[in-house]
Design a protein around this ligand. Structure first.
Ligand SMILES: *Cc1c(COP(=O)(O)O)cnc(C)c1O
Length: 425
């Protein structure tokens, strides 16, 4: 369920006409529905109300502070993958004891920053990271709570670029080596081994791979127990898929039932790191048609959003539905929806049946709430779009559109090149 729907012949986000926001703040723009974000978070979180758990929103999917703040108020934590994400989360009021830190390449400065703030745990991904974390902990006189992200070698049956739990992926520590690594970690004075983690991939549309991974992790936890290593947390990562086109992923309730059935009675606290399933269908990218071009072979709709705004189509060849903001019941044409960037990979949709559009028409690129803005860049020196949150009949700018001056912030021209410089002011 989401709150983007047609009413009075035009697309609304909750009770606000999308066209009105676009007119007032300009395009391209990311538009999020507060009610949808809230509902998706609660649907996931409440699905596990029968077990002790913590829902840590994977903030790489959407790191806007207003959105993090909303989840923090709903009792959530976050899964971070960098020091920058930790900074954002703390600024948004997320409590450190609700933060877990994942990632294969955590630098020493980031480890120290996270340790000094007292985050819940580090999901470590290599033997060397365990050693490094111990060194940092001893140096600053703290103990680090650690969980090993194990690679359970299960096939998540998703796109290869977002599959992370197979032997050949760079992530985690091979499950067959995990026991040795826990033994090593438990001998180190700066560390407390408190959990076992995994994250097998993204956009999963079946529960079986999750259950397979959980079964392997249970075996590891049992083996750890036999050695006197007792963990409190079991982190099952994120990865639950959503409907972009016609996928039929399990509802969080179904996922929760499958997890709880496999787990049985437990003293463990479960941690989840959902991203896409919460934010994906809670946001759209609104863009305006600049030009239409028909060659003998093809029709192109050139719009003012591009691959720098939404990278998923060019990166993963992923599908996003294209909907007219004000449908006019025109005939459908098969077209490529492309951006202004000088790359052939700059498309939002290809060979897509869409209602014939004219310059000035607005379209909504659906399911853009996760891995949309957070993956955006300023390639081609295009200032980043603004982000707006709708709540009922009002809207709030939660990130203003960047200007040209933002593009050159931090850049400088060395003295030896400034002779006769006319800065165009
Ligand atoms: C990306 C990522 C997630 C979130 O994945 P979704 O598919 O968006 O739920 C969770 N945990 C880790 C470690 C990740 O890298």
């Amino acid at each position: 369920m989401h709150h983007f729907h047609y009413k009075e012949d035009q697309l609304f986000c909750e009770d606000v006409p999308v066209a009105e926001v676009a007119r007032e703040v300009g395009t391209p723009l990311y538009l999020y529905s507060h009610a949808t974000l809230r509902q998706h978070f609660l649907a996931f979180d409440r699905a596990f109300s029968g077990v002790r758990h913590l829902t840590c929103f994977s903030m790489k999917s959407n790191s806007n502070m207003a959105i993090l703040r909303l989840f923090a108020l709903l009792g959530g934590g976050v899964d971070i993958v960098s020091g920058g994400e930790l900074y954002r989360a703390l600024k948004a009021g997320v409590k450190p004891d609700r933060i877990v830190y994942s990632g294969v390449g955590k630098g020493e400065a980031d480890l120290e920053y996270a340790l000094s703030t007292g985050i819940l745990m580090f999901n470590v991904e290599s033997s060397q990271e365990i050693v490094r974390l111990n060194q940092v902990a001893k140096r600053i006189g703290r103990r680090a709570r650690l969980s090993i992200r194990v690679n359970p070698d299960v096939d998540p049956k998703t796109h290869p670029y977002i599959s992370t739990g197979l032997k050949e992926n760079k992530f985690g520590i091979d499950i067959s080596d995990a026991l040795d690594q826990y033994r090593m970690a438990s001998g180190l004075k700066g560390l407390d081994a408190v959990g076992v983690s995994c994250h097998i991939g993204s956009q999963l549309t079946q529960v079986e791979p999750f259950v397979d991974a959980l079964r392997k992790l249970k075996g590891l936890i049992r083996a750890l127990g036999d050695e006197g290593i007792r963990v409190d947390f079991l982190d099952l990562g994120g990865g639950l898929g959503i409907t972009y086109e016609n996928e039929a992923p399990p509802h969080p309730e179904e996922y929760a039932r499958a997890v709880q059935a496999e787990l049985g009675a437990t003293d463990l606290t479960l941690i989840f790191e959902p991203g896409r399933v919460i934010a994906g269908n809670a946001g759209i990218l609104v863009t305006k048609v600049l030009y239409t071009k028909a060659t003998r072979e093809k029709t192109f709709f050139v719009v003012d959003a591009a691959m720098n705004d939404l990278m998923r189509p060019c990166l993963y060849d992923s599908f996003h539905a294209i909907q007219p903001v004000r449908p006019r019941g025109r005939e459908k044409v098969k077209a490529d929806v492309v951006g202004p960037i000088c790359e052939s990979g700059d498309f939002l949709a290809r060979e897509r049946e869409v209602e014939r559009l004219d310059p000035g028409d607005l379209i909504a690129v659906m399911s853009a709430g996760a891995y949309g803005f957070s993956m955006s860049s300023t390639y081609n020196s295009r200032p980043r779009a603004c982000e707006v949150m709708v709540k009922e009949d009002r809207y709030y700018t939660i990130r203003k559109r960047e200007g040209f001056e933002d593009l050159i912030r931090g850049e400088s021209i060395p003295d030896f090149l400034t002779e006769d410089l006319d800065r165009g002011e």
